[in-house]
Design a protein around this ligand. Structure first.
Ligand code: FBP
Length: 548
C-alpha cells in the first residue's frame, strides 16, 4: 500500500497510556452498583451481571502470569476515528499477558460472528493500521445481535476458535446487546466473557464513569476545521448564509462542541428546543430574526449550525414520530407494498387526528423521509432528513414576510451543507489515538481478570495521559427500560445535552454576542505533531464538564 508522508510518520506514533496500565497491575473493586432506574426489572433480566462493582487498575508489586487467551473483536455501527487503535491496544494487551494469545476480528460487524466470517489479526496486520482512521481492518455493520439463535450460532465459532472473550466496540445500542450477550453466555456457562468499548462520534455514550465515547474528539475537530474555513469564506465574500447540518443522531453534542470551537452566528440545540416546547416556526423565526438584525448592521451573511436530530425534538413532531415508529414496527411490510404515490395518504389515514394534521403540514420531502426504513435498532435515520434545506427554505419564506411588512431589507442567499461522513474516518487526533489505545489495552486487562458484562473505562482524560484512570464499569449500571419497536426493553441510557451543564451554559451566555458580532474562530486542521497545547487538547465539552 502506498502511503503519504504523514501516514508513515503517524504509523510510528506511540500512543500515550495511563501509568497504571504499564507493568504489573492489580484490580481495586468498588462497592455494588445499581442501574440508573428500573432496578428490580433489570436485576431480574440480568441475574448474573447486575450489581457488579466498578473496577480500577492499580499498580502491583507482583507480576501475574496468564495462560494464552484467544479473543474475538467486533466493530459495530457507524465508524468513529480511533477504532483501529482500540484493536491495536487490545492486541498488545493480550500479547503482553501471554505472547501465544490470539486476536480474531469478525468481519463487517456483529453479522460476522453470526455468519462465522472472521480473520486472525496478526502483528503485521495490526502494524498496518496503528493510528489510522476508519474501521476497514475488519469492517463494521449494524446487524443487531439480539436473538438466542444468533447467540448460539456465534458461540459455535467462538468455541471452534477457542475464543474465551469477545470485545464489542460500539455505541449505546451495541453495548446494550453486548451486555445481553454476556449475560446469556454466563447463564449457560459458555465460558465466553463479553467486554464493551464506548464508540461513537455522537458523544452520547457517556456518564459518570465513561467520560466520552471515542471518535467524538476527532470528528468535532474535523467539522470545526471545515466550518471555520466556511466562516472565513463567508466573512470574505459576505454574500451567503450557510446552513450546516451536523451528524450526531438525537443528541446535539457535536453541534454544541463545534459551536464552542467556531463561534457561529446561530447554533440550534435540539434539547433546548424540546425543553422550551418550541415549534418548527419558533426555530425558523429565531433564525430569521438573527438574519434580519445582522442585515440591519450591514451583514447579509452568517452561519447556522443544525444538529441532525433536530426534527425529532420538536415536541409535536416527536409525538408524531413515536406514533409512526409504533405503526411501522408492526406494519412495515404492509406499508412497503403500498404504491409510493399513495403512501403519504395511507399514513395520514392511520394516524391519530392530531398527528395526521401535523404530518399533513410537513413538506412532501420531509414527510417521506420520516417514513424511511429505521435502522436495525429501530432508530429513525435522521442523517437522511434534510433539515438544513428545510430550515433554509422556511427562513427565506419568513424573511419575505418580514420584507413585506417593512421589517427587513436585506439579501438572503443560502448554501447548505451536511457534515458527517467527512469526519467519521479521519486519522484520530492524539487524544483519540491515546484514548482508544488505552481503552483496548484496558479491555485486555478486564479479560485477563476474568470479567464479563463490563465496559472498558478510561477517566480523568483532561489530565496528562499518564494520570488517566483505567478500569471497568458494569454495563447494567448505565441501563434503564425504554420503549423500543413498541416494547419495553433494557437499554443504555443515551446522554443528551444537559441544559444545566457547563458546555450548554457557556454557549448560552455567549450566543447573543456571536449572533450579532462576527466573532468567528478558525480552528484550522488537527495537528498531530507539535506542542502539547496544540496537539493534545480534549474537546471543549469535556474541559467544561470537568471544570478545566
Ligand atoms: P453510531 O455510532 O451510533 O453507530 O452512529 C454514528 C452515526 O454517524 C450517526 O451520527 C448517524 O446518524 C449515523 O451514524 C448514520 O448512519 P449510517 O452510517 O448507517 O448512514
Amino acid at each position: 500500500m502506498t502511503k503519504s508522508a504523514l501516514q508513515i510518520a503517524r504509523a510510528a506514533y506511540q500512543p500515550k497510556v495511563p501509568k497504571t496500565l504499564l507493568g504489573s497491575v492489580s484490580i481495586k473493586e468498588g462497592g455494588a452498583t445499581a442501574s440508573l432506574s428500573d432496578q428490580e426489572e433489570l436485576k431480574a433480566l440480568f441475574p448474573n451481571t447486575y450489581g457488579m462493582p466498578i473496577l480500577e487498575f492499580v499498580k502491583s508489586d507482583t507480576k501475574e502470569t496468564y495462560a494464552p487467551i484467544n479473543v474475538g473483536v467486533i466493530l459495530s455501527g457507524g465508524q468513529a476515528p480511533g477504532g483501529h487503535n482500540v484493536i491495536a491496544g487490545l492486541f498488545d494487551g493480550i500479547k503482553n499477558m501471554n505472547k501465544d494469545g490470539r486476536l480474531y476480528g469478525f468481519i463487517l460487524g456483529p453479522g460476522g460472528l453470526v455468519n462465522h466470517d472472521y480473520k486472525e489479526l496478526t502483528a503485521d496486520i495490526i502494524d498496518e493500521y496503528r493510528n489510522t482512521g476508519g474501521f476497514d481492518i475488519i469492517g463494521s455493520g449494524r446487524t443487531k445481535l439480539e436473538s438466542k439463535e444468533q447467540f448460539d450460532k456465534g458461540l459455535e465459532i467462538l468455541k471452534k476458535l477457542n475464543i474465551s472473550a469477545l470485545v464489542v466496540i460500539g455505541g449505546d445500542d451495541s453495548n446494550t446487546n453486548a451486555c445481553v450477550l454476556g449475560e446469556y453466555y454466563k447463564s449457560i456457562d459458555a465460558g465466553v466473557q463479553v467486554i464493551g468499548c464506548p464508540k461513537t462520534i455522537d458523544g452520547d455514550l457517556k456518564n459518570e464513569m465513561i467520560e466520552t465515547s471515542f471518535g467524538f474528539d476527532t470528528a468535532c475537530k474535523v467539522y470545526s476545521e471545515v466550518i471555520g474555513n466556511i466562516q472565513r469564506d463567508c466573512n470574505s465574500a459576505r454574500k451567503y448564509w450557510h446552513f450546516i447540518k451536523l451528524m450526531g443522531r438525537s443528541a446535539s453534542h457535536i453541534a454544541l462542541e463545534c459551536a464552542l470551537q467556531v463561534q457561529p452566528n446561530v447554533c440550534i440545540v435540539s434539547e433546548e428546543v424540546e425543553a422550551k416546547n418550541q415549534s418548527l416556526e419558533d426555530v425558523v423565526n429565531y433564525i430569521a430574526d438573527v438574519v434580519a438584525q445582522r442585515s440591519a448592521l450591514g451583514n447579509d451573511f452568517g452561519t447556522v449550525l443544525i444538529p441532525e436530530g433536530l426534527i425529532e425534538f420538536i415536541p409535536a413532531i416527536k409525538k408524531l414520530m413515536e406514533e409512526l415508529n409504533d405503526y411501522l414496527a408492526h406494519h412495515e411490510e404492509e406499508f412497503k407494498r403500498i404504491k409510493r404515490s399513495a403512501q403519504r395518504e395511507h399514513i395520514i389515514s392511520q394516524l391519530s387526528p392530531v398527528n395526521a394534521s401535523i404530518y399533513k403540514s410537513l413538506p412532501e420531502v420531509v414527510a417521506r423521509q420520516l417514513t424511511l426504513d429505521r435502522d436495525p435498532h429501530g432508530n429513525v435515520q435522521v442523517s437522511l432528513i434534510e433539515t438544513e434545506k428545510l430550515l433554509a427554505e422556511m427562513v427565506g419564506t419568513r424573511l419575505d414576510q418580514l420584507k413585506a411588512a417593512g421589517d427587513y431589507k436585506g439579501k438572503f442567499a443560502t448554501q447548505v451543507h451536511f457534515f458527517g461522513y467527512e469526519g467519521r474516518c479521519a486519522a484520530p487526533s492524539n487524544y483519540d489515538a491515546d484514548y482508544c489505545y488505552s481503552l483496548g489495552y484496558t479491555a485486555a486487562g478486564l479479560i485477563g481478570a476474568g470479567k464479563t458484562g463490563y465496559m472498558s473505562s478510561v477517566r480523568n482524560t483532561t489530565a496528562a495521559a499518564e494520570k488517566w484512570i483505567a478500569g471497568g464499569v458494569p454495563i447494567t449500571m448505565m441501563m434503564n427500560m425504554e420503549r423500543r419497536h413498541g416494547e419495553m426493553k433494557p437499554v443504555i441510557k443515551k446522554a443528551l445535552v444537559e441544559l444545566q451543564g457547563a458546555p450548554f451554559q457557556t454557549f448560552a451566555s455567549e450566543r447573543a454576542s456571536w449572533a450579532m458580532e462576527t466573532a468567528y474562530i478558525y480552528p484550522g486542521p488537527i495537528q498531530y505533531f507539535g506542542p502539547t497545547e496544540v496537539c493534545d487538547q480534549p474537546t471543549k465539552t469535556l474541559q467544561l464538564e470537568q471544570n478545566k
